[in-house]
Write a protein that binds this ligand. Sequence first.
Ligand SMILES: *[C@@H]1O[C@H](CO)[C@@H](O)[C@H](O)[C@H]1NC(C)=O
Ligand SMILES: *[C@@H]1O[C@H](CO)[C@@H](O)[C@H](O)[C@H]1NC(C)=O
Length: 621
Amino acid sequence: MEAPKTKVVVLFVSLLFILYPNVVVQRTLADGVTPDEAKQLRDEVREMFYHAFDGYMENAFPRDELRPLSCGGEDTLGGYALTLIDSLDTLALLGDRDRFTASVEWIGKNLRFDINKTVSVFETTIRVLGGLLSAHLLASDYATGMKIPTYDNQLLNLAEDLARRLLPVFDTPTGIPFGSVNLLYGVDERESKITSTAGGGTLTLEFGVLSRLTNDPIFEQVTKNAVRGLWARRSKLNLVGAHINVFTGEWTQKDAGIGTSIDSFYEYLLKAYLLFGDEEYLFIFQEAYAAAMQYLYNDPWYVEVNMDSGALVWPLFNSLQAFWPGLQVLAGDIGPAIRTHNAFFSVWKRYGFTPEGFNLASLSVQYGQKSYPLRPELMESTYWLYKATRDPRYLDAGRDMVTSLQYGARCSCGYCHISDVEFHKQEDHMESFFLAETVKYLWLLFDLAVGPDNLVENGPYKYIFSTEGHILPSTPQISLAREHCSYFGSYCKSGNIKQQHHKSDVASNLQETNDSRSFGSWAHGGLPSESTFSDSIPLSGFIKGFCPGLTHGQKFGVSYVMSADTQQNTPTNERAPTVSQRQSDTAPVENSDHLRPVNKKNHDNFQELDGGGSKSNSPQE
Ligand SMILES: *[C@@H]1O[C@H](CO)[C@@H](O)[C@H](O)[C@H]1NC(C)=O
Ligand SMILES: *[C@@H]1O[C@H](CO)[C@@H](O)[C@H](O)[C@H]1NC(C)=O
């Protein structure tokens, strides 16, 4: 696309969005995506990747991230070519051997972690450690088609070096790690003792893979211990809060939810089980998931509640929640995933992007949470739901996302953050996850529609996506294959089995494998005979492995601290900045009748925001 033309179109479309936020999108979605168009879209997404990747390499590398408007670079994490590391496995997925090889070789020669930098443990783990491990597993294995002949474990060695520099953070009384560490000097004595649940509980995949590749159990042990430390402090409702003191184990922020500060804690419980076959994670996931569905789910939305009382705190959609339907696909709970994705996508359609926060009571963008920093979560869920249902509406949704990104976010050297979804204002920043995840999931979506020809769908292994979108294979060395079904996902739910039947890719995946047969127990009776296997599997209510009636504690004899009582009186003395901003908002949340809509009465109001009838189209700010 020519640059000047693009600008005109951007202007025009932005104007239309401002004037008629609903009309534009509906027009572009007038017809469903045809197979030919899916192919074009896939290739357009590839071009999007290269626009941003080349923009980064030419203007920012080896700085961490690209400034896509001014065409410069900036160091945002450790100053070690973050975006390149985060892009490696996308290059491999796109089949770009040349760039993959050159990038891996450059990193092997030039990257060092003995630097005086204080970094976020969470971000460093999911972006850098995960990126290195994923690329290592691709580059070292002929079966992936990306084997680099000269490769000699350089990335694995770097990953191990980095992880050892992170290890000091786990040395706390609770086992829950500090949030930051200096790569050269360890944990600073003034380091904050408050960690988010996601920060402490989203390290298991990367560290676990490293342990299994290096045969040193320490990495797996400390991260599993951190999860246990968090889960031990869950409330009586089986909910976890958002922030915890890693020394005292007291929750300093007791809002339970599936979004900000907690999100990937849930994700890694299930995925650690799926990748490693370690059942303890499955048990914790089952309990945590059931509680989330009981206390946080207000069909089709999710709210935040006090972890002890279950009382509603924030009736907010936040854009990080959008990963949840994708996780539900892996868990086999498709029905709610479909409804929630619809609701979340209706927010996207309304603005052309999802704002960081959307108030479900006022049906408007949450004050102070207007931006869209190119986040991938909605694309991720769209991909998973398309994979599970093959419903073409997910391709339409994907096309809509491509359109928004192309017309609203594309800028001279890459893709720009949107600082205000109502006015589509661009900001001079591009997070590395745009290349690691956002375009990756879009590309996978359309490639799947075309008839997939890529590692993830047709490769030698099943892959688990890390929370940064890095693909981690279940090789025999990493997965304890005998311990779990080789179909990656289905949630053990013993109750309702009268769910709709989805014939899908997911079901046929089940058919492919032998392993599921060795777990011959289904909640709703015996194992279906082979002939009815694929068409009788209700994805919701399908049983993963065996489905014991024991709780995690009973099964493993671990009795967790029931610390809810002792914490009852602890004031919620520390809130994330975004939360205090929320307090300035109009809705007095705790006892406002007008919040009831989120629950039952008028929840239809929330189903579709794009119906033209929604009351609050006018910006509230
Ligand atoms: C490490 O970095 C900090 C912050 O940039 C600086 O104040 C300190 O002097 C550095 N230490 C050494 C030994 O270079
Ligand atoms: C299925 O199981 C049988 C018996 O356990 C085994 O011999 C066979 O190789 C397995 N097939 C696959 C595709 O794993």
